[in-house]
Design a protein around this ligand. Structure first.
Ligand SMILES: NC(=O)c1ccc[n+]([C@@H]2O[C@H](COP(=O)([O-])OP(=O)(O)OC[C@H]3O[C@@H](n4cnc5c(N)ncnc54)[C@H](O)[C@@H]3O)[C@@H](O)[C@H]2O)c1
Length: 341
């Protein structure tokens, strides 16, 4: 991409050499977004807003950009073309809606929203504003998962019989308290990955428990077993409760098995010591953000393509989680997933 282009896209001009980005929220996940924006030659971090100013300052010191005094200041800044919504989920809708209405493209962290109505509002706002609103479903941007998807689509694996998504990343109660129960906070990754790889399940059963939290009352591990239309069974496991320290650890592992073959993707492929933040020493995790943000900036904002991860999938993922919650409340009963939008 030439560094001095002036591109007119849908009546909107990106001048100079970069897509200007603002982060709204400067917590843990801002580190991964900061690394990914810094690595993309077409993007520039213009600034950060967080009511906890010290956090915004720390991100600015590390990745550049200014500290905005308010969200509105970020929206009004002429060089900000795209907003990364990195607040807690209960603020996503408000921040993303205002950003779209101000003419910005939006990358919104997962889970996009707690309620289907909020996701639908974002769909309408993005259409009205003619702007991209892309859910940050980073795991599906990992090259290993893209390969699995290609092999499934090309029929190389034969008839798919099962999918396994195993997620064991220990979180202290302090870190976990930022997210709440794993069903909503983490299994959304499993749900959108399942939608990407195999499509939507017909029915599911789920169970959850709390093993290591002392103060928090939410679940720290959960299992969802899904029935697919072709008879395949998808097994979605998530735990913040324990590290797997065995000789063959499951950190985040995907396995797809079919009648003619299988694919395994494991975040254990590479690891290094970095305990300053959760998952920071797992390059596969970091790369999922890099590929996601490259996709958003290069292909969607600059290229005008529709995102690989859509608000429709965010809505379907929420429907899967809601069915899992109903199943847990009903002590593991089988629940139909309701995709009515
Ligand atoms: N995709 C992933 O793998 C991944 C990983 C971690 C977190 N997340 C998601 O990212 C989001 C943020 O998570 P986190 O771990 O950074 O949380 P965090 O609690 O560390 O940080 C959130 C930050 O947002 C700030 N904030 C709150 N309200 C705000 C507002 N109205 N405007 C601006 N800033 C505001 C808070 O002060 C805080 O600094 C959540 O939705 C979470 O689920 C995604």
């Amino acid at each position: 991409m030439p560094r001095d282009f002036i591109k007119s896209f849908r009546g909107w001009t990106i001048s100079e050499s970069n897509v200007g980005v603002a982060f709204i929220g400067a917590g843990i996940v801002a580190e991964m977004h900061g690394r990914a924006v810094a690595a993309n030659p077409n993007a520039k971090l213009v600034g950060i807003y967080d009511p906890k100013t010290a956090r915004a300052k720390a991100v600015a010191r590390k990745f550049g950009g200014k500290v905005f005094g308010s969200f509105e200041e970020a929206l009004d800044h002429p060089k900000v073309n795209a907003i990364h919504v990195l607040t807690p989920p209960e603020r996503h809708r408000e921040v993303a809606l205002k950003s779209l209405r101000a003419g910005k493209h939006v990358l919104v962290e997962k889970p996009v929203a707690w309620r289907a109505a909020d996701i639908k509002k974002l769909q309408a706002a993005a259409t009205n504003a003619n702007r991209i609103c892309m859910p940050a479903h980073n795991y599906i941007y990992n090259p290993a998962l893209r390969r699995a998807k290609r092999l499934i689509d090309e029929g190389k694996l034969g008839r798919i019989s099962s999918l396994w998504v195993l997620h064991n990343i220990y979180h202290s109660e302090d870190v976990a308290s930022r997210y709440g129960g794993v069903l909503r906070a983490v299994c959304v990754h499993h749900a959108y990955s399942l939608l990407y790889l195999l499509g939507g399940p017909l029915r599911l059963t789920a169970t959850a428990s709390c093993i290591h939290y002392q103060r928090l009352t939410c679940e720290d591990q959960a299992m969802i077993v899904c029935q697919m239309a072709n008879g395949a069974i998808a097994n979605l496991w998530c735990s913040f409760a324990a590290k797997d320290l065995t000789s063959d650890p499951w950190t985040v592992v995907y396995k797809v098995l079919g009648t003619d073959g299988g694919v395994t993707c494991s975040w254990n492929e590479a690891q290094f010591e970095d305990n300053r933040g959760p998952g920071w020493g797992l390059p596969c995790y970091e790369e999922s953000f890099r590929h996601e943000i490259d996709h958003f900036i290069n292909r969607c904002v600059l290229g005008g393509e529709q995102p690989l991860s859509t608000l429709g999938e965010a809505l379907d993922a929420l429907r899967i989680i809601e069915a899992a919650e109903r199943s847990c409340r009903g002590r593991g009963g089988m629940e139909t997933v309701d995709y009515k939008h």
